[in-house]
Write a new protein. Structure first.
Lengths: 293, 737
């Protein structure tokens, strides 16, 4: 009895006085002159969008627009390898829609896989340029729903069956999923994304080879139920985009655990000093419907 | 055999009278000449005087007359100096003189008793963590067994157990060393400038020897702790001819899990699993007067599942080694040891993800055959040998975990490498004051490409006084395999890769200058060294590298270089009632690679500018009181400089790699050990130890990171993860013989 008590007291002391994670003060730098460009053009949308905003200091309240420095004269142009050229126009309520920047749109032009596009963004006297080629989309076979347990409830996750249309080229895929009513395309896109390569169709762990298709990442999205509407997008992108999203995912899942790689700064495909963001030129497959009973 | 009318070559083994085990590093002195026994307790000396003295730490000095030798052969059994609680004082003055003035430098010998005196977490004696009290040695994180020696990373150390390589020396993700302290007889630790007998790693050598097994009496040792328990048995098979030792250890967090169900304990949850065991066996046989055979095997296994450290993934890893050695005395001055070793390290991770459940496995193995000769020629001692090694790497394979999984088996191509080396080294004296050790190692490795490397080694000692010497050394070392890791802690998912056409062998040039002195009258030892190390072709993964299951991982690796320098000091004091050891290190370690950190030099993750360690034990009657204090500048991490919004998510822009210095680390440990009364005749002896790790509950950083609000990463804040505060433990230790 005595020994049991001693051991009990010791263990209780260990457990009750131990903890794990604590907030610390870190001195951050100034966001300075960083310009962030978020541009997406696809072959399957009527409207192409570009957001331009500034970097942000780490400790500001992002939900109040007055905390953000305004961006002065901005022009956004795009041209392809056949000589076509178009200019994006600014959306009036951009500040409201994205909170802290300016939004530009381009309508009425059909973008095509295989074409090379050059984006030029001018902010005051600073010029930012990026050139990318749109990859070919995969051949889609079908989509089905697979039951699995998520937090004691059975939910259905999508499995997409598709084949690589360019075996000679390394293509990469971003697979988004979301419920129909929150399907806003750009915002939150990568909260529900799996980044994949045709080398092994990567899921959460790089290099994992999957023969049948892919499943939604139920850690961030718990699946769908019978009768619900679904809406999924499959972006076929190049390696630069894939790497960018992979770094984003590393940053978002960083928790100091020893298995997490040390996060790094995403490497942009836009040239220029103090610039961040990405020019995504993607072919897009869209899937929507109702989860069958 | 008479070498001359005056000098006679005396040779033989020095062993302990209590257990019959050979004693390495015992000093054999005759006149003004002295030699040290080799790792197998063998010596050979030209006795010029009538009397030969034999001394070893913890044993009574013993004197014999040269004419007592039987045709030159003189085997000696030394009586242990200690009783149960009596201090092992260093009575043999020649021990000091030899240690201090010998040419070898940057070397520390750690005995089984040193290991057991060190205070560690959960009260478990730990061979590797004892080394962390030495100058120039730091650990990767609080509680970790991984060593950074003189600015190198932990994969650049060679850990040998009975000459077989152990690739992952940790249990429970570094909480414990994977070696049973009751099974370890001796640890030789070289920080630099070591004999060309050792090669294949860039930095330090930890050469551990298992006990041979008591060939006089049956003996049983063990302990029962709140997390780890162990038992070892030694017994003669044929008295004074053959003996064996079997030791096992088991660790389980079951008790902690049970408590965790009822308290809000964040480090370990009730669903977490920490289980491990290790098992070793060794036997030795005296086949004849000139032949001895040793066979040993070791097996360790870990199962680890921790929500905080490993995201609930089930992980398993284990080491296996086997060693067969044959000692043969060809002549009184030529001792040769033939060794064959096999070593295997395998690690596995199981991940459950809806329909993508999979199991990932990797590992490496090696087979080594070598012959090492000790040749005593006149005033010099010549070492030479031949080593051949075959290495096999499994960089990774994935298999579905169950029938529901849609994963397809995917196995990366296995790699292999053959390495070989010849070496020669001569330890000799020049006049009365200079001892020197000069040699080389010529090594090669073949894995598609073939590399040859010449590794010169030189160390010199200049005797200032009878017990003080200035020392200098230079060593070139080469490493033919590399470990890629995202973590400084040493994880089972670390990837080992051999050299290739793209990745060259790492090399290092290290110079040291030092002073080693002893104040014999007050039993004090003083040690100081400065060093500079330049590393070439070091490897680091590039920013945003794909390391896992990458067939072309060579392309993700970038070559670079490194440099490290430092000042090390240490004072040791010992008497019958107490011993104190204090060490301080001032050091710097940097890396550079063209494609990392924009090509600028950056500090290594292990860079810790100041490092202080003070340990002491006081003995009073049947009790021992120990205190240990450790301080070092915080390690380094990579943290963001500022942030930006992209697509509704706040992302970070990082500055230079390892640009952030973590909070300083310091910790005080204390223990009280009570030895229960027993007479010399009693066969059962026991003690109870109560220890507290981190007495004042300092929150020492295990890692630092930033994290934003989960939905959009807004409101980014800095966090520190720490592991252990106030860890008390109670251990009952027993010995039966």
């Amino acid at each position: 009895m005595k020994i049991t008590s001693i051991v009990g007291i010791i263990l209780f002391t260990i457990l009750s006085m131990s903890s794990c994670v604590e907030e610390i003060d870190i001195e951050y730098g100034n966001a300075g002159d960083y310009i962030v460009i978020d541009a997406v053009v696809t072959d399957n949308r009527d409207v192409q969008t570009v957001f331009v905003r500034r970097g942000r200091d780490m400790d500001i309240d992002v939900y109040h627009a007055e905390n953000w420095d305004a961006i002065g004269n901005v022009t956004v142009k795009i041209e392809d390898d056949l000589g076509w050229c178009g200019e994006f126009h600014e959306v009036d309520d951009a500040l409201i829609r994205v909170g802290m920047g300016r939004e530009f749109e381009l309508e009425g032009h059909q973008f095509e896989p295989g074409r090379t596009y050059t984006l030029t963004v001018t902010v005051n006297d600073r010029i930012f340029v990026s050139t990318e080629t749109m990859p070919q989309p995969p051949i889609i076979d079908h989509i089905e729903f697979y039951p699995h347990q998520a937090k004691e409830a059975e939910v259905w996750s999508p499995i997409l069956y598709f084949r690589d249309s360019q075996p000679e080229v390394d293509n990469y895929y971003l697979f988004t999923n979301g419920l129909y009513w929150i399907r806003r395309s750009n915002v939150n896109r990568f909260l529900y994304v799996n980044a994949l390569t045709d080398e092994g169709l990567l899921g959460d762990m790089d290099g994992v080879k999957i023969s049948l298709g892919i499943g939604a990442d139920y850690l961030v999205y718990s699946g769908t139920w019978f009768g619900e509407d679904y809406y999924y997008e499959l972006y076929t992108v190049n390696k630069c985009v894939y790497d960018y999203f992979k770094v984003i995912k590393d940053q978002m899942t960083s928790d100091g655990g020893v298995y997490k790689p040390a996060p790094t700064t995403p490497v942009t495909n836009i040239s220029g000093e103090y610039v961040q963001g990405l020019f995504i030129v993607a072919s897009l497959n869209v899937f929507h419907g109702t989860v069958p009973f | 055999m008479c070498a001359s009318a005056e000098a006679q070559t005396i040779y033989g083994y020095v062993s302990g009278a209590d257990n019959g085990e050979n004693i390495p590093n015992a000093v054999v002195a005759s006149g003004n000449k002295y030699e040290m026994t080799n790792a197998y307790g063998y010596y050979s000396i030209e006795a010029k005087g009538d009397s030969i003295s034999f001394s070893a730490h913890g044993y009574e000095t013993f004197k014999r007359h040269a004419r007592e030798a039987n045709e030159g052969r003189l085997d000696i059994s030394l009586k242990p100096l200690h009783t149960d609680i009596e201090e092992v004082t260093v009575s043999a003055k020649s021990m000091y003189r030899t240690e201090v003035t010998m040419a070898r430098m940057s070397r520390h010998n750690v005995s089984a008793k040193d290991i057991k005196n060190n205070i560690t977490i959960f009260g478990e004696a730990d061979a590797i963590k004892t080394l962390q009290n030495l100058p120039g040695v730091t650990s990767a994180a609080d509680g970790s067994v991984n060593l950074s020696v003189r600015g190198s990373s932990h994969d650049q150390n060679m850990i040998l157990l009975d000459e077989a390589t152990v690739y992952n020396p940790s249990h429970a993700m570094g909480l414990f060393t994977a070696f049973n302290p009751d099974a370890i007889a001796n640890v030789e630790f070289y920080k630099s400038g070591y004999s060309p007998k050792y090669g294949g790693k860039l930095s330090a050598v930890v050469d551990m020897r298992m006990k041979e097994g008591n060939n006089q009496n049956f003996e049983m040792n063990g302990s029962i702790g709140n997390m780890v328990s162990r038992l070892s048995v030694e017994t003669p098979i044929v008295k004074e001819t053959g003996s064996m030792m079997i030791a096992g250890r088991y660790g389980d967090s079951y008790l902690i899990n049970e408590i965790a169900k009822n308290v809000d304990y964040k480090t370990l949850r009730d669903s977490d699993i920490v289980k491990f065991y290790d098992f070793c066996v060794k036997t030795n046989w005296r086949l004849s007067e000139k032949d001895r055979l040793f066979a040993s095997a070791y097996n360790s296994y870990d199962r680890f599942k921790c929500s905080i450290l490993s995201q609930d993934n089930n992980q398993e890893w284990g080491n296996k080694t086997a060693t067969l050695r044959w000692n043969h005395i060809y002549t009184e001055s030529l001792f040769v040891n033939y060794t064959a070793t096999a070593s295997k390290y395998e690690y596995m991770q199981q991940q459950e993800m809806d329909v993508r459940d999979f199991e990932w496995k990797a590992g490496l193995s090696e087979i080594t055959v070598k012959a090492d000769a000790d040749n005593y020629v006149g005033n010099s001692r010549l070492f030479y040998g031949l080593h051949v090694e075959g290495h096999r790497y499994n960089p990774g394979q994935i298999d579905p975990l169950n029938d529901k999984s849609v994963m397809e088996p995917h196995h990366l191509k296995k790699k292999s490498m053959v390495t070989g080396a010849v070496y020669m080294n001569d330890e000799f004296r020049i006049g009365e004051r200079v001892n020197a050790s000069a040699g080389f190692r010529m090594s090669m490795a073949k894995n598609g490409s073939t590399y040859y490397q010449f590794e010169p080694r030189l160390s010199v000692s200049y005797k200032l006084l009878s017990d003080a010497a200035l020392k200098a050394s230079y060593a070139r070392t080469v490493q033919y395999d590399h470990m890629l890791t995202n973590s400084a802690v040493g994880m089972p998912t670390d990837i080992w890769m051999p050299i290739s056409g793209l990745v060259k062998p790492q090399t290092s040039d290290a110079v040291s200058l030092g002073y080693h002195g002893a104040l014999r009258k007050i039993n004090m030892e003083i040690y100081g060294e400065v060093y500079y190390k330049a590393m070439h072709h070091t490897v680091d993964y590039r920013d945003n590298a794909d390391l896992n299951m990458n067939e072309d991982v060579d392309l993700e690796v970038k070559e670079g270089k490194g440099r490290a320098c430092g000042l090390e000091t240490m004072i040791k004091y010992e008497n019958r009632f107490m011993n104190v050891q204090a060490s301080y290190t001032l050091s710097m370690s940097e890396r550079q690679s063209d494609e990392i950190n924009k090509g600028n030099w950056y500090y290594a993750a292990y860079d810790q500018r100041h490092n202080l360690s003070v340990n002491g034990t006081l003995k009073y009657k049947q009790d021992e009181f120990s205190l240990g204090f450790k301080y070092h500048t915080g390690g380094r991490a990579t943290l963001p400089y500022t942030t930006f919004n992209y697509d509704g998510v706040c992302l970070a822009i990082y500055t230079e790699r390892n640009g952030y210095i973590m909070p300083d680390f310091h910790r005080l440990d204390a223990s009280v050990c009570h030895h229960f009364k027993s007479s010399e005749k009693k066969r059962w002896r026991s003690s109870l130890t109560f220890s507290v790790y981190n007495c004042y509950g300092r929150k020492n950083a295990f890692s630092v990171f930033v994290k934003g609000y989960s939905y959009d990463m807004s409101d980014v804040r800095g966090y520190m993860m720490y592991m252990y505060r106030w860890v008390p433990s109670l251990t009952y230790t027993f010995r039966f013989r």
